[in-house]
Design a protein around this ligand. Structure first.
Ligand code: SAM
Ligand code: SF4
Length: 371
């Protein structure tokens, strides 16, 4: 019997979780509780650090259907996954994504008569998802913000690398800053907490003026901000990774010369190390896989839009879950066994190094894998 059959046995509106299964534990004894799931490799932008101008998108038949994505999510939740982040590509360009989000939202425990976020629950409830979230470029937030909230999502990460309209258009190869900015306003209006993700790019968005503008803007909007070091993933055409890379250790020191930063113990379950900024009273995070390794407490795994499971963003080795899903329509065990075996091989840390000649460390791209 599949997890889906078991879910169907619950009444129409009340999710009855299946009996919890043995959690997935990695080779270092870490229990895996966080799944990042890419739902598409397609995107309406072409960020220069993420993909080439003319990417070869995957044939549709290779991409997991919404039903397959849901079935996979149920398998992970039954095995102790508490947090799912939906990503891509741009997740909001996936047709009928709301169908999947509504189903995943039904895996969250409901609290009658309260608006409190599922992630505020005091302790985890076995077999339930605790936190459903999404990473987006923000171009479709105006349209979807209220629906996302209705699905049980309470936080979104929005990528925004510059507040200068011309720089933003250049970086994204044609994106509109005002569309994204309106999307962020719509999300805040719909009561979604918004964290801004900003990839630090040498010579583009790391000058004191640009950084101060971003910090102040996030403070005014009430958004946390996370800077990310550019990672050497995939072919990005004519762009040169080494030219893009800017170490966040340097950025943090520079910010600390002008803003009061105090270390924060906050963790979002992701790889960022957080600081509290006194002037904005918001958090500022740094994801620095190359200059400061973030791997020790990592309890995340990723599934690509084709169903490849990668226990580590920075390692090539993964396992195909699409074949066991499609070959065993009535039985989840073969798939769960493959996950358990691959997770057991999850190593302590990643292997990112920017190759001086190719600018690459890993051949797979961020938009397929899911950032
Ligand atoms: N399209 C959505 C977005 O841009 O937020 C979700 C997918 S995107 C691949 C997820 C995150 O990965 C974004 O914050 C993006 O800036 C980041 N990203 C993409 N390529 C990257 C790279 N080579 N190095 C570091 N971050 C990258
Ligand atoms: Fe699209 Fe996100 Fe990649 Fe930019 S970073 S090209 S928005 S998937």
């Amino acid at each position: 019997m599949t997890m889906l059959d078991k879910l169907a046995k619950g009444s129409e509106n009340i999710f009855v979780p299946p009996a919890p299964r043995r959690p997935f534990v990695d080779g270092c004894g870490r229990t895996i509780n966080y799944l990042r799931m890419s739902v598409t490799d397609r995107c309406d932008l072409r960020c220069r650090y993420c993909m080439p101008q003319r990417p070869n998108f995957l044939p549709k038949r290779d991409i997991l259907s919404l039903e397959e994505l849901y079935r996979l999510a149920c398998i992970f939740v039954a095995h102790g996954i508490e947090k799912i982040r939906i990503t891509g590509g741009e997740p909001l360009v996936r047709k009928n994504l709301l169908q999947l989000l509504r189903q995943l939202g039904d895996l969250l425990p409901k609290r009658e008569g309260t608006e409190s976020s599922p992630e505020d629950l005091p302790e985890s409830l076995p077999g339930f998802l605790q936190n459903l979230t999404l990473t987006t470029n923000g171009t479709h937030l105006t349209e979807f913000a209220e629906d996302l909230f209705a699905c049980g999502i309470r936080r979104v990460n929005v990528s925004l690398d510059s507040l200068d309209a011309a720089t933003f258009a250049h970086l994204t190869r044609g994106g509109s800053l005002s569309v994204v900015s309106e999307g962020i306003d719509a999300a805040l209006k719909a009561k979604l907490a918004v964290k801004i993700n900003c990839v630090a790019l040498r010579g583009v968005n790391v000058s004191p003026e640009e950084v101060d503008r971003m910090l102040a803007w996030c403070g005014e909007k009430g958004c946390d901000l996370t800077y990310i070091e550019v990672m050497p993933m995939g072919d990005i055409g004519n762009e040169k990774r080494l030219n893009q890379f800017y170490p966040l250790t340097e950025l943090r020191s520079s910010i600390a010369e002008r803003w009061h930063l105090a270390p924060s113990s906050y963790s979002s379950g992701g790889p960022a190390r957080y600081w509290h900024c006194a002037e904005t009273d918001r958090r500022i995070g740094f994801i620095s896989p190359l200059t400061e390794n973030f791997c020790d407490g990592c309890t995340r795994v990723r599934v690509t839009c084709t169903g490849m499971l990668y226990p580590c963003l920075g390692q090539e080795s993964g396992s195909d879950l699409r074949a066991p899903l499609r070959d065993h329509l009535d039985d989840d065990e073969p798939c769960a066994k493959i996950v358990a075996a691959r997770v057991a091989k999850k190593t302590r840390g990643h292997a990112f190094v920017i190759d001086r000649n190719t600018g690459m460390s890993l051949a797979r791209t961020m938009n397929t894998t899911g950032g």
